[in-house]
Design a protein around this ligand. Structure first.
Ligand SMILES: C[S@@+](CC[C@H](N)C(=O)[O-])C[C@H]1O[C@@H](n2cnc3c(N)ncnc32)[C@H](O)[C@@H]1O
Length: 340
C-alpha cells in the first residue's frame, strides 16, 4: 500500500473516525484501496475456509474500500454484510456497488458496538480491522471490545478469519482472548511475486467451539520457510510456542491460577452450573499489584445433600495487607447459596 504524505498525516491515529473520513475523502472515490495482502494472495486460503457454501452469512468489519467483498460476491457469496464507521467510505461503496451487487449490505457502524443479534454470522472476515484498533496509546481496550462483539455475533461452529500483521501486542491479544473454547490456526500469506512489501501478512483463523475446551494452536508458520520479513515470522513462531505451552499446561491437569478475565472467557465453563467436585484456583485483582491481590479457590460441592444448604464456598486470603502495614493473613469465608 502506498500513501502520500497528506494521506499518511490523515491517519496519525488509526482509531479516529474523523481521521478515516479525512483519509477516504483525500483519496477520492471510485476505486478500491487494499491494506495488506491482495485478493490473488488471499483467495485460495480464504476459499478453503468458506468451503463453497454460498449461503454463508459473512460479516466484514472495517471493510474500508477493499475489493474483498466484491470478489466474494462475484463468486456467488451473496450474504455479505460490510461494516465501517466511516460514512464517507460506506457512501462511496454503496454508490459503487448497490446497482451491480444489489444483495450486498453496507452499514455505518462501530465494530466495537455492533447492532446485530447474537449468533448472526457464520463467518467473520477481518483484514486490518483489528490492527486499526490496536494503537499502542489506546492499549487493548478497543481491541477487546471488538473481539467480544465478534465472538457474540458469530454462531457456534462459525469461523473468524483475521488478516493481520500479527504485531506482538495484537497477537498476544488474539492468543489470550481465544484461548478457551476456540480452535485456532495460523498461516503466512504468500507475498505478491513483484511486491517488495516490508511486512508479512498472516491469517489467523478461530473456530467457535465449546466453552472451557483448550486446543493447541496449529501453525503453518515454519522457521525453515522464507518470508518477506523473517523478524516478524520468528516473533510469531516464538509467541505460538509460548502460547502452546500455556495451553498444554491447561490440559495436563496441573493446578492453574486463573485470572478473572480467564473466567469471563469461559476458562472453566459456565460458572452458574455446579460441576460436582470442581476446584479451581484464581487470582482476584491485578497479579503483582501492591494494592490488593487475592488468591481464591472456587470449590463446588461434591454431592448435593438434603440438609446442607450451601453448595459452594469461596475463601479469600490476602497475601500481604499493606493498609495495616503488617503482614496479615485474614481468612474470609463467604458461603454462597446457590439454588439448583
Ligand atoms: C486498516 S483499514 C482496513 C480496510 C480494509 N479491510 C482493507 O483490507 O483494505 C481499517 C478500516 O477499519 C475502519 N475502522 C476503524 N475503526 C473502526 C471502528 N471502530 N468501527 C468500524 N470501522 C472501523 C476504518 O474506517 C478502515 O476502513
Amino acid at each position: 500500500m502506498a500513501t502520500t504524505p497528506a494521506l499518511h498525516d490523515a491517519l496519525l491515529d488509526f482509531t479516529s473516525r474523523e481521521n478515516w473520513d479525512k483519509f477516504f475523502a483525500l483519496r477520492g472515490d471510485g476505486d478500491s484501496f487494499e491494506w495488506y495482502a491482495e485478493w490473488p494472495q488471499i483467495k485460495a486460503p480464504l476459499l478453503s475456509l468458506l468451503l463453497g457454501e454460498e449461503g454463508t452469512e459473512i460479516l466484514v468489519p472495517g471493510c474500508g474500500s477493499s475489493s474483498l467483498s466484491e470478489q466474494l460476491y462475484d463468486l456467488g457469496f451473496r450474504r455479505i454484510t460490510n461494516v465501517d464507521f466511516s460514512r464517507v467510505i460506506v457512501a462511496d461503496m454503496l454508490r459503487r456497488h448497490a446497482r451491480v451487487r444489489p444483495q450486498m449490505r453496507w452499514r455505518v457502524m462501530d465494530m466495537t458496538n455492533m447492532q446485530f443479534p447474537d449468533g448472526s454470522f457464520d463467518f467473520i472476515l477481518d483484514k486490518g480491522g483489528l490492527d486499526a484498533l490496536m494503537e499502542p496509546e489506546v492499549g487493548t481496550k478497543l481491541g477487546m471490545k471488538y473481539l467480544d462483539e465478534a465472538k457474540r455475533v458469530l454462531k457456534l461452529g462459525g469461523k473468524f478469519a483475521c488478516f493481520t500483521l500479527a504485531e506482538s501486542h495484537v497477537l498476544d491479544l488474539l492468543l489470550s482472548e481465544f484461548r478457551f473454547g476456540w480452535d485456532m490456526t495460523i498461516q503466512a500469506i504468500a507475498s505478491e511475486p513483484s511486491s517488495k512489501s516490508a511486512f508479512q501478512t498472516f491469517m489467523v483463523v478461530m473456530v467457535k467451539g465449546k466453552m472451557g475446551v483448550v486446543h493447541t494452536i496449529k501453525s503453518l508458520v515454519d522457521q525453515s520457510a522464507e518470508y518477506c520479513n523473517m523478524q516478524q515470522a520468528n516473533a510469531v513462531i516464538h509467541a505460538l510456542q509460548n502460547e502452546n505451552k500455556i495451553r498444554e499446561s491447561h490440559n495436563s491437569g496441573v493446578d492453574i491460577l486463573f485470572s478473572l478475565r480467564d473466567l469471563q472467557l469461559g476458562a472453566i465453563g459456565d460458572l452458574k452450573v455446579i460441576v460436582p467436585g470442581r476446584r479451581r484456583q484464581l487470582i482476584l485483582g491485578e497479579q503483582g499489584s501492591s494494592l490488593y491481590c487475592y488468591k481464591a479457590v472456587l470449590m463446588d460441592a461434591k454431592n448435593q445433600t438434603e440438609t446442607f444448604a450451601y453448595h459452594c464456598g469461596v475463601f479469600i486470603v490476602p497475601k500481604v495487607c499493606y493498609i495495616l502495614s503488617i503482614c496479615t493473613c485474614a481468612l474470609i469465608v463467604f458461603f454462597i447459596t446457590i439454588t439448583v
